[in-house]
Design a binder for this molecule. Structure first.
Ligand code: HEC
Length: 95
C-alpha cells in the first residue's frame, strides 16, 4: 500500500509552472470576460459602429467601471488581462 507514496511525493515536488506575473495574459483575460462580462452586454458593443471607447485610456476606464458593475473583486492584474484581451481582439489601440 505504501509503494505508491514515493511517486506521489515526487509529483508534489514538481515545480509549479512559472507563470509570469509581469506579462499580461490575454487567454486568462478572455476566460474572465466569458465568465463575468456577458450579463449586460455581449461582445457586439466592442465592435459596434458608435462604440463609446475611443482610446486605450478610455478602454481602461470603461473596463474598470464595468468591473465594478459585476460585483466581482478582481485583482489589478486580472483587470489588466481583460483590457489587454479586449484591445488585442477588438479595439487595437496603441498604448
Ligand atoms: C451591470 C451591467 C454590465 C456588466 C456586468 C458589464 N458591463 Fe460593460 N457596459 C455596460 C453598459 C451599460 C455599457 C454601455 C453600453 C451603452 O452605452 O450602450 C457598457 C459598455 C462596455 C464597454 C464599451 C463598449 C464600447 O462602446 O466601446 C466595454 C469595453 C465594456 N462594457 C466592458 C465590460 C467588461 C470587460 C465587463 C466585465 C468585467 C463588462 N463590461 C460587464 C454595462 C455592463
Amino acid at each position: 500500500m505504501m509503494k505508491h507514496l514515493p511517486a506521489l511525493s515526487l509529483l508534489l515536488l514538481l515545480p509549479l509552472p512559472l507563470t509570469s506575473q509581469a506579462a499580461t495574459d490575454t487567454k486568462r483575460g478572455e476566460s474572465l470576460l466569458q465568465q463575468r462580462c456577458y450579463g449586460c452586454h455581449g461582445e457586439d458593443v466592442y465592435v459596434r459602429e458608435k462604440r463609446l471607447v475611443k482610446d486605450y485610456a478610455g478602454l481602461q476606464k470603461r473596463v474598470n467601471f464595468c468591473v465594478h458593475q459585476t460585483n466581482t473583486q478582481w485583482f489589478d492584474d486580472e483587470i489588466a488581462d481583460v483590457i489587454e484581451f479586449l484591445n488585442s481582439e477588438y479595439y487595437h489601440f496603441k498604448k
